[in-house]
Design a protein around this ligand. Structure first.
Ligand code: HEC
Length: 125
């Protein structure tokens, strides 16, 4: 093998090493569970529940800017800024004049609307 050929082989090896190092660095790093934002599909379902799927709809009674809702029976959610847990609790059990939705909405729908309200009011940011 000539010196040039050896140099080329050496360079190739280095390039391969860099390539694999870069691929490794670009691999998705698993995030901590609590840092994972709700999936877009969850937020879309939550919006749907807020506007339509819940009967009566949350929007009938609550103001929420993100959903263009201006209900005035319950608290203005943009001001209350409840976290997802607080929303889910109120939705499951009802509160005062607010009816319970447990059994009417599925768990997935309740969690989705809770995430949607928390994220769109900034409570989950
Ligand atoms: C019939 C009207 C009505 C509907 C429909 C309704 N709410 Fe309410 N909601 C209220 C009222 C009234 C309160 C205040 C209850 C109280 O504090 O006595 C309230 C309270 C809340 C609270 C605050 C809970 C707390 O801990 O203070 C949240 C969050 C909430 N509603 C979210 C929702 C969501 C999400 C939906 C749809 C699944 C919904 N609401 C549907 C009337 C309604």
């Amino acid at each position: 093998m000539s010196v040039a050929a050896a140099a080329r082989a050496g360079a190739g090896g280095t390039a391969r090493w860099w390539l694999s190092a870069c691929l490794w660095a670009a691999a998705p790093v698993p995030a901590w569970p609590q840092a994972v934002p709700p999936a877009t599909a969850t937020l879309e379902l939550g919006r749907e529940v807020f506007l339509r799927k819940a009967v009566p709809a949350c929007a009938v009674c609550h103001t929420l800017e993100a959903a263009a809702a201006s209900g005035a029976v319950g608290p203005v959610l943009d001001e209350l800024r409840p976290d997802a847990q607080r929303v889910a609790k109120a939705v499951r059990n009802g509160l005062g004049a607010m009816p319970p939705f447990q059994g009417v909405l599925s768990d997935a729908e309740i969690e989705a609307v809770a995430a949607y309200v928390a994220v769109s009011t900034g409570a989950a940011r």
